[in-house]
Structures are given as C-alpha cells and as structure tokens.
Design a protein around this ligand. Structure first.
Ligand code: PLP
Length: 455
C-alpha cells in the first residue's frame, strides 16, 4: 500500500498543506440568482437557501447522484446537506427512482384512496411499536401543526409548551421564542404571528427539569401538550440525556399533558423507530417528515388508535389535504423505507458516521483547535467550542459562527457541500463511500487549518 494511503486508512494525521484554494466559479449560479431575486423574495423559496450566513451567492443545483451534487457552473461536491435530511440513501437512488417512475405511469393524483397509502402505512406501523394509526400529510410543518391541533382537541386544553432551540416548522403556534425568565409566554419570532397565539405557547430551556416543574405548576391543568425534538437538530445538535427525556415523559403523564415527539429529522434517521426507539420512550404523538417521503413531499403524524380516533372523519378534530397520500410521493416513501429495513443498514451508516466524526475530532484536538464534533446516528454537527456538552440553545456562542462561515467557503472550494449555516447539522447517507469520506476528511482538515491559521 502506498504510504499516503496507509496513513489515510489508519487514520493518522498527516501534515496538511495550508495553501489556500481559489474560489470556485459561481458565474452561472450568480446569474440565476439575480433572476430569481426578481421572482421570489430573497431569490429563494425557503430562507436558509439564500446563503445569508455564509460567503457568496447561493449555488443553483443542477443534478445529484449518490453522495455527489453538481451546480450550474459544473462544480462537483460531496454533499453533506442531503436536502436537509430526506436523502438517507443519497441522491437519485435507483430503487426510489424506479418505483416513482413505475407509479407515475398510472397518473399522478386522484384525490381518492390508493393501495400505496396502505402499503407505506403498513411498512411503518409493522416496524414501529410506538404508534398504531397515522395520517399522511405533505410536509413536516403540516404534520406538527396537525399534531398540535389533535393534542388540543383530545385534551380539551389550549396551551402548549415548547423548548427554546427546537424547530417545528413554520405554523403560527410554534414560531415563538423564549422571553426572559425561567418560564415565559413566548414572544413571536416572526412578524404576522398574533401575540394572542404566542400567549398560548409556553417556552422553556432544554435540559432544565426545574423550568418544566415550574411551568406545570404555574399552568396547572392547562397544558395540552409538550412538544420536543427528542434529538434537537435544527439549532446545532443539542443532545439531551435519556434521564431528562424520561423525566419529560413522566411529568407529562402526571399532569395529563400529551408528549409530542417531533421526529421530522430524527424519524427513520437514528434508526427505523427514530428517537422513540433509540431512547425507548413512548411519546403520545409522533410527527415524521423528511426521510419518510424519499425526497418527495410527505409528512405524517401518528399516535395510539384511541388518540387518532379524534381526527376527522372519525372524530371532531378537522384535518385534510388535497394531495395528502399522493401516490407518487407514497411510492418514493415505500421504496426508501424498504431499503432502510435491510439488515445492518443503520449499523453500517452509524458506524461510518461515528468514525468520520471521530477523525475530525482527533485532528482538531491534535492541533489544539477549539472544536467539538457532536454526533448521533448519521447526524453530525461541527461546533466551534471547547464545551464537552451543549444541551441548550443558550450555550451556543453566536460569535463562533464566524468560523463556520470561513469553513463553509473553504469546503466549497474543496468540493464539499455543507448546509449554508453553522446552526445546521450535517447528514451522511448510505451513498457516501469510504473514498468520499476520506476525501471529505482531508478537505475538512485543510479547511480547518485555513480557518485557524489561514494566510
Ligand atoms: C424540517 C423540520 C420541520 C418542518 O418540516 P418541513 O417539511 O420543512 O415543513 C419540523 N420539525 C422538525 C424537527 C424539522 O426538522
């Protein structure tokens, strides 16, 4: 074996060059962006895509295949954003594509039930001991919004409790952030959300049992549901302890409040049964999105048959959707989830991720860089910190995002694509090969050298 290869595969840290790379060409992307700005606010159809917290104009993507992405200027990247999570099999997986194309031959939407809905539901329910019935919708936001209505309808209470640093989509009740104080009514985090809505949402810090106790005392018999990302991954990766999540389960039960696990990211990601399975904690309602649709728009919420009995037409909680259970989207979900059920799928993916995160950590530690790689399942987050644990949104230093901004640019220049914000996590897919990951590591090492000692 070549000496250099030996070093790479034995994970030794090689001295890396600290010579800079010139910026990739973004001529075509920049042109498309100028046009897009005349059509869409900020030139985009979802704000984080606008590259506001990183360098340069957004890249317009032309094609994805496996772990790789190509932009309009022909630049090629190894992709660690994976469409923000849905693509656990990578881009354009043949099984998913073939199933979608096959189903599309018969038409694209009927607004009537199809066998495909049964098929996807069966795949999920047969392998998930936490829910008995579910309802398909078309996005994560819609799943969460419906779960909240279900919780309110079922408990006949109005207030909900959420955590600072958890994202649950953009419905009114949840675009709410903490005010000052241990237990507060939320303040709206978006213009256009009435204050009266925010007054129904209580916001507390993650990983704080006292704040929870106090909230349940102060709002006795008023809280319909507590909603949490059991693996908070939308504001860094704020891993919670199992003890804390258990405490949360107990305090909800004691107070007659439902516990909602928002598993739009963690569902089918840390294992087929998501975070509920990972921690073996049974929430009352679970929401899914992202991976469940294989790259097409699918969301879902599920619960016991009894709780789901409150949903119309069985019950009095109304929720509907013209394109809910869309056959083409169901097809993509069926194909993707079937792959996830293969023996050893998660073990391989999770081991690969752990090894990747560990090598970056080893490199940073050896170089004395103030950096910590947090990881769970196939999610990773590079934090510019020396804290061993970050379990609360308030523990993230906003000034550290400046380092991410530099890292992002250096990585793009070296063919590595991360989501354009330091608060976003990275994802590894089954399509990422050993060679991809070794190449990415080298690029990350070089880029970190540039970030810390760049000339
Ligand atoms: C992405 C996400 C949502 C929103 O899903 P959309 O499909 O973007 O509407 C909600 N909750 C969590 C935890 C998410 O990660």
């Amino acid at each position: 074996m070549l000496d250099s290869l030996k070093k790479i595969f034995s994970n030794e840290i090689e001295p890396v060059s600290t010579t800079g790379k010139s910026d990739i060409s973004r001529e075509k992307s920049a042109g498309l962006y100028e046009k897009a700005k005349t059509y869409f606010p900020g030139g985009v159809n979802s704000p984080v895509r606008a590259f506001k917290s990183v360098y340069g104009t957004p890249l317009f993507i032309e094609k994805g295949d496996g772990s790789h992405l190509w932009d309009a200027d022909g630049n090629e990247f190894i992709d660690f954003c994976c469409s923000w999570g849905p693509l656990i099999l990578g881009h354009n997986h043949p099984k998913v594509r073939e199933k979608v194309v096959e189903v599309m031959q018969n038409g694209m939407s009927f607004g009537a039930p199809t066998a495909l809905e049964n098929e996807l539901a069966e795949l999920i329910l047969k392998h998930n001991k936490f829910i008995e019935k579910l309802r398909f919708v078309s996005s994560g936001t819609e799943a969460v919004m419906s779960a909240i209505r279900l919780a309110r309808g079922y408990t006949k209470r109005d207030k909900i409790l959420k955590f600072e640093g958890c994202y649950h989509g953009h419905s009114d009740s949840l675009l709410v952030k903490a005010g000052s104080g241990l237990v507060t009514f939320g303040e709206t985090s978006s213009a256009g959300v009435p204050k009266s809505f925010a007054d129904e949402t209580i916001v507390v810090s993650l990983d704080d049992t006292e704040a929870l106790k106090k909230a349940f005392e102060e709002f006795k018999d008023q809280i319909a549901a507590v909603i949490i990302e059991p693996i908070p991954a939308n504001n860094g990766l704020l891993l919670q302890s199992k003890e804390y999540l258990r405490f949360l389960r107990e305090i909800c039960t004691q107070n007659g409040a439902l516990l909602i696990f928002d598993e739009v990211i963690s569902g089918f990601r840390v294992g087929f049964e998501g975070a509920a399975g990972y921690y073996n904690i049974k929430p009352d309602i679970i929401t899914y999105g992202k991976i469940i649709g294989g790259g097409l728009p699918v969301g879902c919420y599920g619960a016991s048959a009894e709780i789901m009995g409150s949903i119309s037409p069985d019950g009095s909680v109304y929720q509907a959707g013209t394109l809910s259970g869309n056959p083409v989207a169901m097809a993509a979900g069926i194909a993707q989830l079937s792959e996830l059920l293969r023996m050893g799928f998660y073990k391989d993916l999770n081991n690969k991720t752990e090894e990747f995160a560990e090598s970056i950590q080893r490199f940073a530690t050896a170089r004395n860089y103030k950096l910590k790689v947090f990881t769970i399942g196939s999610i990773f987050w590079i934090a510019f910190t020396d804290q061993e644990k970050i379990s609360k949104a308030e523990d993230i230093d906003p000034a550290s995002m400046d380092k991410f901004k530099k890292l992002h640019r250096e990585l793009l220049n070296r063919g590595i694509y991360l989501g354009p914000s330091g608060y976003e996590v990275g994802f590894i897919s089954s399509a990422h090969t050993k060679v991809d990951l070794e190449k990415a590591k080298r690029a990350i090492f070089d880029s970190l050298d540039m970030v810390y000692n760049g000339k």
